[in-house]
Design a protein around this ligand. Sequence first.
Ligand code: FMN
Length: 189
Amino acid sequence: MAKIKAKAAQEAFPLDRAFTFVESGPVLLISTRHKGRNNLMTVSCHASLGFEPSIGIALGPWNHSHAALVEGGECVVAVPPANLLEQVVDIGNCSGAAVDKFSVFGLTPLAASAVKAPLVAECLYNLECRVVNRDLSAYHFFVLQGLKAWRHKAPSDPRSFHAVGDGTFVLDGETVDLRHRMTKWQHCI
Ligand SMILES: Cc1cc2nc3c(=O)[nH]c(=O)nc-3n(C[C@H](O)[C@H](O)[C@H](O)COP(=O)(O)O)c2cc1C
């Protein structure tokens, strides 16, 4: 009886929307420089792969940024603040082939130190990266190795935001401090 009740708590969900269960890291901007032009695109399909840091991003060949990443082998991964949400969505709805996105969306490119792609001055964090692995290119997956990291000194909004996958977004909320329970992981604190 209890088993039937438990099953009733769950209903079938469309498999082709199941990525939305886990598409919850912060929405990212990927900054590239290719053939003398800077570009930005929005990416929400990504994964933290390790502490080195290694980051995986799924970036399809239909994007103008794809050639920059394949041919240049480097980029900047930037974490935009929540007060840039609308611009970040618009950045993901136009092509760098037609638009200078830094200029149109009022963002400031800053010289990076290890890659040609620019940092995004307004972002909470910037991570200069090199592409180190393309074994999963069938999934349009790039493994990036972080080379140099930056943090905004005084962000206009400290919150990042997360894509649900259906055009809605969740802004960061309450922070819960459980550092006292991280007894096995003191070196991370
Ligand atoms: C919220 C959001 C998330 C996105 N996530 C991804 C993603 O993870 N991978 C991808 O290839 N494209 C993603 N896109 C689409 C690209 O950002 C979009 O195709 C963009 O126009 C590419 O710019 P580009 O052609 O200048 O490179 C996303 C778009 C939005 C609005």
